[in-house]
Design a protein around this ligand. Structure first.
Ligand SMILES: [Zn+2]
Length: 541
């Protein structure tokens, strides 16, 4: 190399160095001055992965998370001091009862516990016309993001009413067509409630055939099992069979072991899930964190007694003394071995239009008021009377905490509320409508150390997002939609109880939905920021 070329080379190298450092300076200027709408500063981030949380700043612009880094400054951002607070993706409720959304579009009960997305249509019950329903919700504007399943019980009722028989091939075809349309309309999959009418009349082959339709579109199958008490193991086996035969991802929804004879059975059911996954079946679970369930009082009545009609046909059967006796014996059996938990004190009346004064009281209290011995037989008499007067809803205190914890710890268990969208101070709901997510973080993770907070958050965010195939929600990541919960990890806790269910949780500071603040210290926003999410079959429309 000549002196001349050496000098020139050194000169060019210097220019390159200067210009590259200039570029870095310019870039870092650009990085340190980002445009956005909100900046969370110095916040502990649980990103949804289940990994150890880290402290950083997060910038939100429009509906997206645009930057996650330390020491960044933002032009136009409203600053939110996150010191001492934790930031997580908004909670995705995989088992949500959204039936009341048209009347309560704010979805206030859900937002107050950090839910930003709800999956409606569980337990086999949904609108038949998914497109019409979603369009109506879209026009009305709703508080949270909403996704839907299409329900087997609703479809079967539409095609076969409450008939207790197998479908003809035409009827099966009609049900398949309704699911096909539901998937094209944007359903995320099929739900069944095989414990309830008329799903209880469906054999496994019918459910397999219908699940195949959802599977063709990349949908999922969520199962309220045929039995969660004495028949639990067979119920889990049936769901696994459906996963295999229909080649579809399955969620065993609100997984539990109900009734004292079955306490401890979660060890067996979780082992069955593990074995199924080992051979390649995509089986997951969801769970609400309570030892009591909520459903109709009629769940204690043998299904055959309700065939053809929950009220009139039932009443007619009770006129026949032999049938009535058989119904009563069936109810006594269920009080002793199933949801009744063997004790009238474990059956708490919730919604009871015929006798609203009994709401919150137990079947034991009702028996005493009627001057009856609180026996299972007398309890059965009262249940028959209630059903003859259009039934009631009840809370059943019939699970063991050991099973609840065992199921919660399983890596494939999603946290979901099974709660109904509820207006504050209206009715007597299960406390899960206000407490589910803060209860898992505050009570089970922080206070009882059942699982880590990061693992609890994963079960409410990235895991359900993965199950639904949502590619831009459920994580705190750049480019993801800004559905966010800011909470205080020291104080977050559920406050709703079985005695006083209308209590919002503590420690949820901000809920952001699609980049907008839906809840903060001033309460719920008057605007509603939810979006309609449509499932994998929608593009085929
Ligand atoms: Zn449910």
């Amino acid at each position: 190399m000549s002196i001349y070329s050496f000098v020139r080379w050194t000169f060019l190298k210097k220019i390159a160095l200067v210009s590259s450092s200039l570029l870095i300076t310019l870039m870092s200027c650009k990085n340190s001055k980002i445009e956005g709408d909100y900046q969370f500063k110095n916040v502990l981030i649980y990103d949804g992965s289940g990994e150890i949380p880290f402290i950083s700043d997060v910038i939100i612009k429009k509906n997206k998370i645009v930057k996650i880094a330390q020491n960044i400054s933002c032009h136009s951002c409203k600053i939110i001091d996150g010191s001492g607070k934790a930031l997580a993706p908004g909670f995705i409720d995989l088992h949500a009862h959204l039936e009341a959304l048209p009347q309560i579009p704010s979805a206030e009960s859900a937002i107050h516990m950090g839910v930003t997305t709800g999956l409606g249509g569980p337990d086999g019950s949904s609108p038949i016309n998914i497109d019409k329903h979603l369009s109506e919700l879209e026009n009305q504007k709703i508080g949270i993001n909403v996704a839907y399943l299409i329900g087997h019980n609703s479809i079967r009722s539409e095609v076969m009413h409450l008939d207790g028989r197998e479908p003809s091939s035409e009827e099966l075809q009609e049900m398949k067509s309704l699911i096909d349309k539901g998937m094209k309309d944007g359903a995320f999959g099929l739900s069944t409630g095989l414990k309830y009418l008329p799903g209880t009349f469906a054999k496994v082959d019918e459910v397999i055939e219908l699940s195949k339709v959802a599977s063709n579109y990349g949908g999922i199958y969520t199962s309220h099992l045929r039995e969660e008490g004495l028949g639990l193991i067979e119920g889990v086996q049936e769901a696994i069979t459906i996963a295999r035969e229909a080649d579809i991802p399955v969620v065993l929804t609100h997984h539990k072991a109900i009734g004292m004879p079955m306490w401890g059975a979660s060890h067996k059911t979780l082992a069955m899930v593990d074995s199924a996954r080992k051979v390649g079946l995509d089986v997951m679970l969801d769970q609400y964190p309570y030892t009591a369930s909520y459903t109709s009082l009629s769940v204690l009545i043998p299904p055959w007694a309700l065939e053809g009609g929950r009220y009139d046909a039932f009443k007619a059967r009770c006129e026949d003394s032999i049938l009535r006796d058989s119904i009563k014996r069936g109810i006594i059996f269920n009080i002793l071995n199933d949801r009744g938990g063997g004790d009238l004190k474990r059956i708490q009346l919730a919604q009871f239009d015929w006798k609203p004064k009994l709401e919150g009281k137990t079947l034991y209290d009702w028996a005493l008021e009627e001057k009856l011995e609180p026996t299972a037989a007398n309890g059965a008499e009262l249940i028959i009377r209630a059903q003859q007067n259009r039934g009631a809803k009840a809370i059943y205190h019939a699970m063991s905490e050991e099973d609840v914890i065992n199921i919660m710890k399983h890596p494939q268990t999603i946290i979901a509320s099974d709660g109904r969208i509820t207006e504050f101070n209206k009715g007597f709901p299960h406390p899960r409508v206000h407490g589910t997510f803060p209860r898992v973080i505050g009570h089970f993770a922080r206070d009882k150390n059942v699982l880590s907070i990061q693992e609890a958050i994963r079960k409410m965010t990235s895991l359900p997002a993965h199950r639904l195939g949502l590619l831009d929600r459920g994580w705190i990541k750049e480019g993801y939609i800004a559905d966010i919960v800011l909470f205080d990890p020291e104080t977050i806790i559920d406050k709703a109880t079985f005695e006083q269910p209308h209590q919002y949780p503590d420690g949820i500071n901000i809920v952001m939905i699609n980049g907008n603040i839906a809840l903060d210290k001033d309460g719920l926003s008057e605007n509603r920021y939810g979006q309609i999410l449509r499932g994998p079959g929608y593009s085929n429309n």
